[in-house]
Design a protein. Structure first.
Length: 187
């Protein structure tokens, strides 16, 4: 048990040092001190401005993901125009984050209500809990902040009604498929 803890500490220290290097190189030291935490609490990464913490999932932790989250800290934006401009600025300074940016350009991501609702339904069918779907899909689409709080009343209403209804539809489809598979096993 001691070895994994030591390894986790060294990985955390590595990314904390990388944060300091990137802050000097790409941000001129203007970002406040953030604590980098390696945690599987979130998929990918998360930026928590209030607690000045950047969370990186150990399976996906990379310098690119760290810069992605640092751009959130600098832009005070989810994946909107300010964040995209910050990512463009990083690219112009030599940061290799073009692929990180391309996934969030308006032309490349589902932004319509039907696509977002489909993401909730698909998540439930894949056995993703409502809490995790709401947190992850909501964050990716600007409906919730890094803590999971709705971004505004409209987002809260959308999540409470339409998104939850779509998630329940996917959950019901998963239950039907599981029941069908179980009945075939017993036949």
């Amino acid at each position: 048990m001691a070895a994994p803890q030591k390894n986790a500490v060294s990985v955390t220290q590595k990314f904390q040092r990388l944060f300091d290097q990137y802050n000097r190189r790409f941000f001129g030291g203007r970002l406040p001190c953030y604590t980098v935490v390696i945690s599987d609490r979130f998929t990918g990464g998360r930026h928590d401005r209030r607690h000045r913490t950047i969370f990186l999932n150990p399976a996906q932790a990379s310098g690119k993901l760290l810069l992605h989250e640092m751009a959130h800290a600098a832009a005070n934006d989810r994946h909107g125009k300010n964040w995209q401009s910050e990512m463009q600025r990083l690219i112009s300074l030599g940061a290799r984050v073009k692929c990180e940016l391309e996934g969030y350009l308006r032309t490349n991501r589902p932004i319509g209500m039907p696509q977002i609702l489909g993401q909730f339904e698909d998540a439930a069918f894949a056995r993703v809990s409502w809490h995790d779907a709401r947190t992850n899909i909501g964050y990716e689409n600007g409906l919730v902040d890094a803590t999971g709080a709705p971004s505004d009343r409209s987002a809260a209403n959308f999540l409470r009604t339409k998104a939850f209804s779509s998630w329940r539809k996917g959950w019901a489809a998963r239950k039907r498929e599981d029941a069908c598979a179980k009945s075939l096993e017993t036949s």
